[in-house]
Design a protein around this ligand. Structure first.
Ligand SMILES: [Zn+2]
Length: 319
């Protein structure tokens, strides 16, 4: 074999080797590219999963939903604030106005509800905001129930007080004469005008012209309407309930019957001088639980004649 031929074969060999090398190099390069690509992809996925700031579309949706729930919880909390304020106002008014007025003590606050039952039912992992809201709603409900009962009680007392106010004798039984009343004889121990000597005057004598209208001084039922020649003469007695009774004596005539229901300002008769009387006047008595009391304490003399007439006309138009 000649020298040139050997060199030629070596060249060919090297060329072939080079070709081989370059093919491997290409393969290797491609492999590296692929590996890097895979690595990048893996890193991307890891980054996505591990980085809390990165948001996949699904995470973004959940996040938006979460934000909406948070807003809803805040609105609920705000509404609860308002409810608590309103309830507080009702509680204060009931406790410090109504119950105070009727001599009832303030309502005791219900025993506060705690989160224990929720923790027992749902475990410790319950969202703290949700837990707080649940407890607030429970406490609010307990207070509403308690106040509702207390308000019923106040309403009952208000009706009693109103009934008491309309029933208890509280106006003079006749209209004033020329703007004033002439009391000819007061309540208590006095010289007897007819028989002489000390005697106890069980009422007051209001002097008035014969025929002057006499009015019921409070709502009640007529228990006596009788005509007599002696003593009280023509006399009416009204039972006002609550232990109160009034008596109207020496009447010229009687306008009511026994058992009749009368209201304050209703006509019961007219001033006269029947029975033991020296002149026309109204003998008026008030008793409380069977005990005679001074009728002067049961008349609002500060009331003007217009106020008095207003009461009378109001009662007439109501009928
Ligand atoms: Zn008298």
């Amino acid at each position: 074999m000649g020298k040139g031929k050997i060199i030629g074969r070596i060249r060919e060999f090297i060329k072939a080797e080079l070709n081989e090398l370059s093919r491997e190099a290409i393969l290797l390069r491609s492999g590296i590219v692929l590996a890097v690509s895979v690595l990048v992809a893996v890193a991307f996925v890891l980054y996505s999963v591990l980085n809390p700031k990165f948001e996949m579309p699904k995470t973004a949706a959940l996040r938006a939903e979460n934000s909406r729930w948070k807003t809803r919880m805040e609105m609920l909390g705000y509404k609860l604030d308002q409810c608590e304020e309103m309830l507080q106002a009702v509680e204060d008014r009931n406790n410090w106005v109504y119950r105070e007025m009727f001599g009832l003590g303030a309502v005791n606050d219900p025993v506060p509800v705690t989160e224990i039952k929720y923790i027992a039912r749902y475990g410790e992992n319950l969202d703290p905001d949700l837990l707080e809201t649940l407890v607030r709603i429970d406490n609010l409900s307990a207070r509403v129930v308690s106040q509702s009962k207390a308000l019923d009680q106040s309403a009952l007392f208000a009706r009693r007080v109103e009934a008491l106010a309309t029933s208890i004798p509280s106006i003079p039984p006749v209209l004033p004469r020329k703007g004033s009343y002439h009391i000819s004889s007061f309540f208590g121990s006095r010289e007897d005008p007819v028989y002489g000597g000390r005697s106890f005057h069980r009422g007051i004598d209001i002097s008035a012209k014969s025929g002057t209208p006499v009015y019921a001084t409070g709502e009640g039922t007529v228990t006596i309407a009788e005509r007599q020649r002696s003593g009280y003469g023509n006399m009416v007695m009204i039972d006002h309930g609550y232990g109160y009774k009034t008596r109207y004596a020496h009447l010229k005539d009687i306008a009511v019957e026994r058992g009749q229901h009368v209201r304050r300002g209703d006509l019961v008769g007219r001033v006269g001088r029947t029975g033991k009387a020296t002149g026309p006047h109204l003998h008026y008595e008030v008793s409380q639980k069977g005990r005679q009391v001074n009728p002067m304490n049961f008349m609002d003399f500060s009331m003007s004649i217009e106020d008095y007439r207003e009461i009378l006309s109001a009662h007439r138009t109501e009928k």
